[in-house]
Design a protein around this ligand. Structure first.
Ligand code: UDX
Ligand code: ADP
Length: 463
């Protein structure tokens, strides 16, 4: 059997590497239009940082795992084609800022229709609005070579930073489709390492909608606990104690109750906005408003964090040096998409703070590019003043100590483990006084830091 995957990103790359590792008899060909991304997949510096990923890729690459830009050839040879391209929020035209941009999905479907012969199974891996498979099926049915297709929905539930664990031992694998034979063919692939009872099958539309719903529920939990964190800061209740207390209720459960500076990542916001757009489309105003509030609360949490920094630093951060620790949207990934750090930094830059940023896995180019985008309008235009602001007020360094040196404040924006184990006496000595710490992830030892002399502010903790 031959599998092709279109899209060598955070989803396509790790997922296909795992299939290739677990199914040595299946030939897996991952293709992408982006030559430099493919070159990176073929090198020792993978484009995606994920613990354990390199070992999996190294085992399968050259055996039954190939990365290339030969899109047509890979499609033509495959029995099963996964579509794992990006579906970002549209930033133009109808539904701008809400709807998913399905341009890349549609282009893939057209390419598959053009070069396919015989029968193929097409698998939607990307997260898509419910009923996208309808459009995919219609485009595929226009194939001029007489090719026939079954379309399946097989959303990916891996979380970045734990992708390999999640792929090895998923809570469930979801397959939606009409053709029993096609569903079985895909279930047989996962069945090589996933227990059969964990492979759920549904109709196409339930599968598409379940992915959006799962992400909406997860994001809702984070926004719910973050909403309570604001109240904690006013009332001397402690958000970590509240989380523990409610999480022991087996109906609520302990996971995804960690208050933070706000959720980020390529999925949560995009998928909720997508859900909101769909509900609006079907005239479900109340349902749309209900879910939109999860994103509104998240924006509030990010804004509130930057405002708290300004307020507590005597109402001005202008020309003050602030060390930004962490820029990725969570630990153990180099992904910065929708990271809370982007928006906190943007707000601080607008207050004319000088930022010295350190992240163990994110490059300077990525940080600068994210900040320029955040300061641009929807059409991508940025004012000369804002561009200069990024040039003059942002420095990226290779070490947390360097970032903190001579700083007025430290803001922890990603929960990298290394931040827990630094020499805080040394850091305190090198900082301006009072030395402020804003822990946006509640990972630091407040008592210890307070004893050293720091003024520490954390999420959901009153001072
Ligand atoms: C998410 C879903 O978990 C995954 O199933 C889906 O396939 C893709 O979207 P991901 O975005 O990679 O995965 O990471 P996740 O662990 O869900 O974290 C998302 C954001 O929420 C991060 O910014 C994280 O820091 C934040 N978060 C998560 C919290 O602030 N508190 C929590 O308790 C959990
Ligand atoms: P995700 O997190 O969903 O995996 P990424 O943006 O990391 O999203 O990856 C999607 C990949 O899909 C990108 O590398 C992009 O170049 C690729 N891609 C988009 N459209 C096409 C296409 N028509 N053919 C091949 N690759 C594509």
């Amino acid at each position: 059997m031959k599998i092709c995957c279109i899209g060598a990103g955070y989803v396509g790359g790790p997922t296909m590497a795992m299939i290739a590792k677990q199914c040595p008899e299946i030939s897996v060909h991952v293709v992408d239009l982006n030559q430099s991304r493919i070159d990176a997949w073929n090198s020792d510096e993978l484009p995606v940082y994920e613990p354990g990923l390199y070992e999996v890729v190294r085992e399968a690459r050259g055996r039954n795992l190939t990365f290339s830009t030969n899109v047509d050839q890979a499609i033509a040879e495959a029995d099963m084609i996964f579509i794992a391209v990006n579906t970002p929020t549209k930033h133009f035209g109808m539904g701008a800022g809400r709807a998913a941009n399905l341009e890349f999905i549609e282009k893939c479907a057209r390419q598959i229709a053009k070069v396919s012969e015989g029968h193929k199974i097409v698998v939607e891996k990307s997260t898509l609005p419910v009923r996208t498979a309808e459009a995919v099926k219609r485009i595929l049915s226009s194939s001029s070579n007489g090719a026939t297709f079954d379309v399946l929905s097989n959303p990916e539930f891996l979380a970045e930073g734990t992708a390999i664990e999640d792929l090895l031992d998923p809570d469930r694998v979801l397959i939606g489709g009409e053709s029993q034979a096609a569903v079985k063919a895909l279930a047989d692939v996962y069945g090589q390492w996933v227990a059969r009872e964990k492979i759920l099958t549904t109709n196409l539309w339930s599968s598409e909608l379940s992915k959006l719903t799962a992400n909406a529920f997860l994001a809702q939990r984070v926004s719910s606990i973050n909403a309570i964190s604001a109240l904690c800061e006013e009332t001397e209740a402690d958000i970590d104690e509240v989380s523990r207390a409610i999480g022991t209720d087996s109906r609520i459960g302990p996971k995804f109750l960690k208050a933070s500076v706000g959720f980020g990542g390529s999925c949560f916001q995009k998928d909720i906005l997508n859900l909101v757009y769909l509900c609006e489309h079907f005239g479900l105003r109340e349902v749309a408003d209900y879910w939109e509030q999860v994103v509104i609360m998240n924006d509030y949490q990010k804004r509130r964090f930057a405002e708290r920094i300004c307020r507590t630093m005597f109402n001005t951060v202008s020309d003050k040096k602030i060390a930004i620790w962490g820029f990725a949207f969570k630990k153990d990934t180099n992904d910065t998409r929708e990271s809370a750090a982007i928006y906190v930094c943007r707000d601080l830059l607008r207050e004319r703070a000088r930022l010295v940023i350190y992240d163990p896995k994110v490059s300077k180019e990525t940080i600068v590019s994210e900040l320029l985008t955040a300061l641009s309008d929807l059409s991508g235009t940025i004012s000369e003043t804002d561009r200069e602001l990024v040039q003059s007020n942002v420095t990226v360094v290779n070490d947390a100590y360097d970032a903190a040196n001579n700083a007025h404040a430290i803001a922890v924006l990603t929960e990298w483990d290394e931040f827990r184990e630094l020499d805080y006496e040394r850091i305190y000595d090198t900082m301006q006084k009072p030395a402020f710490v804003y822990d946006g992830r509640n990972i630091l030892d407040r008592q210890k830091l307070t004893k050293i002399g720091f003024e520490i502010f954390a999420i959901g903790k009153s001072n």
